[in-house]
Design a protein around this ligand. Structure first.
Ligand code: ASP
Length: 467
């Protein structure tokens, strides 16, 4: 007999079906009657075992059941009487009368209750047993929402002639402001790869490669102290387009977000369309920060207040009195400030073509139009005090690439974890990342990071300081 998904059992009233899943809850009513709520990836259904109707062997199996046992059940789908209908369950109109039952696997008693919201459970315990936590309804819903949102974005972008391109994980450092994870090379003693803090350079090189419209559900790595709600690895919807203006990128992303909300979370309401726009100066003056919470009612869980912050200063002063970029060294200045950039004049007043999308008080993504002419990128680097040697060693490949007919291009990278966190009304991104790290960057399920045997370190030419 083919398996029937639990969510589909209401369509099979009167038929015998085979279902598979885990014991969500067991309720014994006296000696004769046992209710088993069986759970699969699509939902939970009530299974009824009325012992006088079962043969002895089946009754013995029913008596041996415990929460989280893995079962195969054959039974008849029966309509519930009007009074027994449970409107809170997708299968609340039916129940399954057991005919046969097989225990496919037993289970130890889980360290926390899976049939309840696990948010109150100690987080380290939940993370150690993440595979159990993921069985809970809320966590499973979050995974499904994440998949829906990513699937929506992929489809939307494909419909607009984007293609998804994978870029390397073992790569070279790129200056976007964060400390990078390093991976020692075994074949090249003393040399290191770094993990990408974003695919920024690759996506620009893809534009030089004629891809024109690129996206990637991209993992990014940043070795930063875990201030607040950060993760050492996180996911961006990385986008880059050729022959576009700032307006084109903003309009595409705005349309994509509006459609995504309609499709994936129709219960939500977007406060203002088109999304309001604020200059960085206005945002700072009115809200004191550059990711303002624009919600009219902060207690409304279904309100989404998107907005754009634009006109960011390109450069800011470093502690040593020099200049550094505020967002991205690859950004181009606003067209009216290109001359100042090239002449290295009025540096503090140069504005970047940077646009950040904000949502309910979070930065939900940022991007810019890039410098596609080598001289403009060179000017940015010179303003930041790079020597010719540093320019060549760190950016020579970009400058060279731009000298081969680089098209004008720009992009953006909405952060998926935070977006999904807000859509799911979760308090932190760990709730929507399938297997996150702890606040101090440990994977307690896999026990990472962990020590390696000396031999493994020798292979990659590493000697520990205090070993
Ligand atoms: N690379 C940028 C970031 O990770 C996004 C972009 O400018 O497209 O924030």
């Amino acid at each position: 007999m083919n398996r029937t998904w639990i969510s589909e059992t209401p369509a099979s009233i009167g038929q015998t079906v085979r279902i598979n899943g885990w014991v969500n809850t067991l309720r014994k009513m006296g000696d004769k009657l046992v209710f088993i709520d069986l759970r699969d990836a699509t939902g939970v259904v009530q299974v009824v075992a009325y012992k006088p109707d079962l043969d002895e062997a089946t009754a013995i199996v029913v008596d041996s059941l415990r929460p989280e046992y893995v079962l195969e059940i054959e039974g008849e789908v029966k309509a519930r009487g009007a009074k027994q209908v449970n409107p809170d369950m997708i299968t609340g109109t039916v129940e399954i009368a057991i005919k046969s039952i097989t225990v496919l696997n037993t289970s130890e008693t889980p360290p926390f209750e899976i049939d309840k919201d696990t948010r109150a459970v100690n987080e380290e315990l939940r993370l150690k047993y993440r595979y159990l936590d993921l069985r809970s309804e809320r966590m499973h819903k979050n995974l499904v929402l994440r998949d829906n949102v990513e699937t929506f974005f992929r489809k939307f972008l494909h419909d607009q002639k984007f293609i998804e391109v994978e870029t390397p994980i073992l790569t070279k450092g790129t200056p976007e402001g964060a400390r990078e994870f390093i991976v020692p090379s075994r074949m090249h003693p003393g040399k290191m790869y770094v993990l990408p803090q974003s695919p920024q350079q690759f996506k620009q090189l893809l534009m030089v490669g004629g891809v024109e419209r690129y996206f990637q559900v991209a993992r990014c790595f940043r070795d930063e102290d875990q201030r607040g709600d950060r993760q050492p690895e996180f996911t961006q919807l990385d986008i880059e387009m050729s022959f576009v203006t700032q307006e084109d990128v903003m309009q595409l992303v705005e349309a994509m977000m509006i459609e995504m909300v309609k499709t994936c979370t129709p219960e939500k309401r977007i406060q203002q369309i088109p999304f309001p726009r604020l200059s960085y100066a206005e945002a700072m003056e009115k809200y004191g920060n550059d990711k303002p919470d624009l919600r009219e009612d902060k207690n409304d869980p279904n309100l989404l207040a998107f907005g754009w912050v634009i006109d960011f200063p390109f450069f800011e002063k470093t502690e040593e009195g020099g200049w550094t970029f505020t967002h991205n060294p690859f950004s181009s200045p606003k067209p009216e400030h290109m001359e100042d950039l090239m002449n290295k004049k009025n540096i503090g007043e140069i504005l970047a073509t940077q646009y950040d999308i904000v949502l309910n008080g979070y930065e939900a993504g940022g991007g810019s139009i890039r410098n596609h002419k080598p001289d403009a990128l060179r000017s940015v680097l010179e303003i930041m005090g790079f020597t010719e040697e540093q320019i060549q060693s760190q950016f020579g490949h970009m400058l060279e690439a731009f000298s081969f007919g680089a098209p004008p291009h720009g992009g953006i990278a909405p952060g998926l974890d935070r977006l999904i966190m807000i859509l799911a009304n979760e308090p932190n991104i760990r709730e929507v990342i399938p297997i996150p790290k702890t606040g101090d960057a440990r994977d307690v399920m896999m026990d990472a990071p962990s020590a390696l045997p000396k031999r493994a370190l020798d292979d990659v030419h590493i000697e520990l300081k205090n070993s």
